[in-house]
Write a protein that binds this ligand. Structure first.
Ligand code: ISJ
Length: 160
């Protein structure tokens, strides 16, 4: 098992947030809603920015981090929807309500992510970009999951 570091803990929670994307996509498939929900996105980012200082994170950094989480989540939703469109149907699995369950679940994860982002920033690996890239490679599940993890962590390390 990979060492339990601030980076691996943060990536675990990033993946937990990504795990929700399939159920979100199912809800959108059923309701024929678009993947992108701009008002909800603004709410997620505003919430992250207003909670940031409580965790000792710069509001702008928190906003950018969550904007990356949202983009990564949408990538996986588009991917799932495309698979279901190609197949002509979505899986007949138990549905979870978007407003009543999935978004509140994402809201709860938000605080965990902020806490772990703060911890990551206090113990940033050196050099950051290669540690991050190697950690993502080691987790490799599917190519779309790797791509989503890369997108979700685009601003984690300082720009080169
Ligand atoms: C997850 C959703 O889909 C998209 C992704 C979001 C997110 O990752 O928080 C927010 C709004 C949508 O653009 C959603 O609609 O709640």
């Amino acid at each position: 098992a990979p060492a339990d570091t601030p980076l691996s803990r943060l990536l675990d929670s990033v993946e937990q947030r990504l795990d929700v994307s399939e159920q979100v996509a199912l809800s959108k498939w059923d309701s024929r809603q678009p993947v992108q929900a701009p008002e909800r996105e603004r709410q997620v980012i505003n919430q992250a920015q207003s909670q940031a200082t409580r965790f000792g994170i710069d509001a702008q950094r928190a906003g950018l981090f969550f904007s990356d989480q949202i983009e990564a989540n949408k990538l996986l939703q588009y991917h799932a929807l495309s698979r279901w469109h190609a197949a002509g149907s979505a899986p007949q699995t138990q549905r979870i309500d978007l407003a009543k369950q999935l978004r509140p679940q994402l809201d709860r994860l938000q605080e965990v992510l902020l806490e772990e982002l703060a911890e990551f920033d206090r113990h940033r690996p050196e050099p950051c970009t290669s540690a991050l890239a190697q950690a993502i490679e080691k987790r490799k599940k599917s190519s779309e999951r790797s791509l989503a993890l890369i997108r979700a962590t685009a601003h984690l390390c300082p720009a080169i």
